[in-house]
Write a protein that binds this ligand. Structure first.
Ligand code: NAG
Ligand code: NAG
Length: 302
């Protein structure tokens, strides 16, 4: 009895690819000394890490900061799920420069950096990033459309980014199922991340992740390639089709709430910092059982 319980506990620990992933960002031309200092995380052993670079800028100081962060957190057995995005001098986010060679040079630089921290910090998955606002593959020069609706030239840039990051070793996650299908049809060697989970509740569109005109097709495709495949991201209520009330904690924690959605899609990690109401729930001791259940649901998938 004792032994089997112990073995079960070990198996669960090994399966726990990420669980709650704590938001963090480091930026070029910024004092990141606090962000790279180790602080114990709340019910989390993974960072949801944005790395914000400036097009044409000197990446070296930020690379040093990232490596310090990797040592500080990696030595505490905390892993990191990184995404590189572009920003402006004032720290705000920007979409990518209209120069594919420059982007691919930056991708190669960061792919090398991620390789160099192998053995220092675990990286369960790399989010593709680089294109679009927040590295989210929309509203950018090379990502005005998704999947086959984008130009062949843009699809080539998208594929070159993912292929270069795949050389690092960890799985790479793309933002949109349509881009995944156009470039890696059915291939679970590339997974998906979702920046707007549960934006409109259990039958919603996750803020444009699933196209309104054909939701079921893209939900099925997403499950085919991403379920139990280091699929995760952040919940949101910020997209235009938001209809779910995250301040209704009983609903979030109810039988048709977030835990059921995690099981439906087999998510393995979530940033609990968004939307702000979810962070409040996460911080509220009277809802601790619900938060623990959500964490356990995440921990049951790879
Ligand atoms: C990290 O994990 C290793 C291997 O499981 C273990 O030996 C070590 O004590 C852990 N370190 C910390 C700080 O938890
Ligand atoms: C998730 O994947 C792991 C590893 O492939 C497998 O052992 C586990 O059974 C899968 N879980 C589900 C629910 O499919």
């Amino acid at each position: 009895m004792r032994t089997s319980k112990l073995l079960a506990a070990v198996a669960v620990v090994e399966l726990a690819a990420a669980g709650f992933a704590t938001y963090k960002e480091i930026r070029s031309d910024t004092d990141n000394s606090d962000a790279i200092t180790y602080y114990e995380l709340d019910r989390s052993d993974t960072l949801f890490l944005y790395i914000q670079i400036i097009a044409g800028g000197d990446h070296q100081p930020l690379i040093e900061d990232f490596k310090t962060l990797a040592r500080n957190y990696g030595s505490q057995n905390v892993s990191a799920i990184p995404r590189v995005r572009y920003g402006n001098d004032d720290g705000s986010v920007a979409s990518e420069p209209a120069d594919a060679d420059l982007i691919l040079e930056d991708v190669a630089t960061w792919a090398t950096v991620f390789s160099e921290v192998s053995g220092i910090i675990d990286i369960p998955v790399i989010q593709a990033g680089f294109l679009g606002l927040w590295g989210e593959w929309h509203s950018g020069h090379f990502c005005p459309e998704k999947g086959i609706y984008d130009t062949r030239e843009n699809r080539e840039v998208k594929k070159a980014i993912v292929d270069k990051l795949r050389e690092v070793g960890p799985k790479v996650a793309m933002r949109y199922p349509q881009d995944h299908k156009a470039l890696y049809d059915g291939d679970r060697g590339v997974t998906i991340h979702n920046d707007c989970i549960f934006n409109s509740g259990p039958k919603g569109y996750d803020g444009g992740t699933f196209p309104v005109e054909d939701r079921e097709t893209w939900v099925s495709y997403t499950k085919e390639v991403a379920s139990n495949n280091t699929y995760g991201g952040e919940p949101c209520d910020q997209a235009s089709d938001s209809t779910f009330d995250w301040t209704d904690f009983a609903e979030v924690c109810g039988s048709n709430g977030l835990e059921a959605y995690i099981h439906e899609f087999e998510f393995s990690y979530l940033n609990p910092g968004n939307p702000p109401a979810f962070q409040q729930l996460f911080n509220d001791p009277s809802w601790a059982d619900c938060v623990d259940d959500i964490g356990a649901a995440l921990d049951s998938y790879l």
